[in-house]
Design a protein around this ligand. Structure first.
Ligand SMILES: C[S@@+](CC[C@H](N)C(=O)[O-])C[C@H]1O[C@@H](n2cnc3c(N)ncnc32)[C@H](O)[C@@H]1O
Length: 247
C-alpha cells in the first residue's frame, strides 16, 4: 500500500518537536513489551477475537490497517489469516515500530508507518479492514482519530475497535467518577460515549461484545463499525438527542 499524505489531515494540536509523552512512554517500554505476561494472558486472545470478527466481516480483505499496532503482534496473526492482504501498521512510537520491524525482518510484510492517529498518512477510503486494539484510551481527544479512521475506511469496509472503557480521560468524564477498572458503570458509560463518538464520526455499530477474560486487565469492549451511508439518519438522531422538535 502506498501511503499518501492526505490533504484532509488536520494539523496536530500542540505538536512541538520531540516525541509526545505517550510515544516517549512506549519508546521506553518497547524492548521489554513482548515479554510481558499480559501478552499471552490478554493481548493475544484479544487479537484473536478481533481478527475473528474481521474475518466474519470480510474473509479476504485487500488492505488491513492496524492503528496503534505496537510491536506488530496482531499483524503477524493477520498475515497468517489473510495471506493475500496488504498489511499496514501505524503507531506513534518509533521504539515499538523498531521492535515490530526487527521481529518481522526478512518476512516481507507488513509495512510500518510512524504517525499519530489524528493524522494518518493514508489515502481516503483505501482500507477495507481497520483494526485498533487497546490504543484508543491513550487518545487525548478521540474525535480526531475517529474522523481519520472514517476517512481511510472504504465505504464497504469495517472497523474493529477494541477499547478499554473507563480508563481514558475522555470516557472517564462520561462515567461520572466511576473510577474502578471494569466497574460496570464505567464500562457502560465509556462504551456509550464511544458509540456516540463513532456515530458522530460517520460509523454505525453493527456488533458489540464485551471481552473480559483477564482479571488483571480492564474489561474491553470490542465494537464492529461500518461507514454509515445514511448521514441524514445521524443528524436526525442528533436532533432528537438535542431535544429539538424535528420539522
Ligand atoms: C497498549 S499498546 C497496544 C498495542 C497493540 N495494539 C496491541 O494490542 O498489542 C498501545 C499502542 O498504541 C500506540 N498509540 C498510543 N497513542 C497513539 C496515537 N495517538 N497514535 C498512534 N499510536 C498510538 C502506542 O504507541 C502503543 O504502541
Amino acid at each position: 500500500m502506498e501511503p499518501v499524505e492526505p490533504a484532509s489531515a488536520p494539523a496536530l494540536p500542540g505538536g512541538g518537536p520531540g516525541p509526545s509523552p505517550v510515544a516517549a512512554r512506549f519508546d521506553s517500554w518497547a524492548a521489554a513489551y513482548d515479554s510481558s505476561i499480559l501478552q499471552d494472558a490478554f493481548y493475544t486472545r484479544l487479537h484473536r477475537h478481533t481478527l475473528h470478527l474481521a474475518t466474519r466481516a470480510n474473509p479476504a480483505p485487500h488492505r488491513l490497517l492496524d492503528l496503534g499496532c505496537g510491536t506488530g503482534r496482531l499483524l503477524r496473526a493477520a498475515a497468517a489469516r489473510f495471506p493475500h492482504a496488504d498489511l499496514l501498521g501505524v503507531d506513534i512510537s518509533a521504539g515499538m515500530l523498531e521492535r515490530a520491524k526487527a521481529v518481522d525482518a526478512g518476512r516481507g510484510s507488513p509495512t510500518y508507518l510512524q504517525a499519530d492517529a489524528a493524522r494518518l498518512p493514508v489515502a481516503d477510503g483505501s482500507v477495507d479492514v481497520v483494526t485498533c486494539t487497546a490504543c484508543s484510551h491513550h487518545w487525548t481527544e478521540p474525535e480526531g482519530p475517529l474522523a481519520q479512521l472514517r476517512r481511510i475506511t472504504a465505504d464497504d469496509g469495517v472497523l474493529i475497535l477494541a477499547h478499554l472503557p473507563g480508563i481514558a480521560g475522555w470516557d472517564l468524564a462520561a462515567s461520572a467518577g466511576a473510577a474502578r477498572r471494569s466497574d460496570v458503570r464505567a464500562v457502560r458509560s465509556g462504551t456509550s460515549r464511544l458509540t456516540e463518538l463513532l456515530c458522530d464520526a460517520g460509523f454505525r455499530i453493527t456488533k458489540a461484545a464485551l471481552y473480559a477474560e483477564c482479571p488483571v486487565m480492564p474489561t474491553a469492549v470490542v465494537l464492529c463499525a461500518q461507514p454509515d451511508s445514511a448521514p441524514r439518519t445521524r443528524s436526525f438522531v442528533r436532533l432528537l438527542r438535542s431535544g429539538a422538535a424535528p420539522r
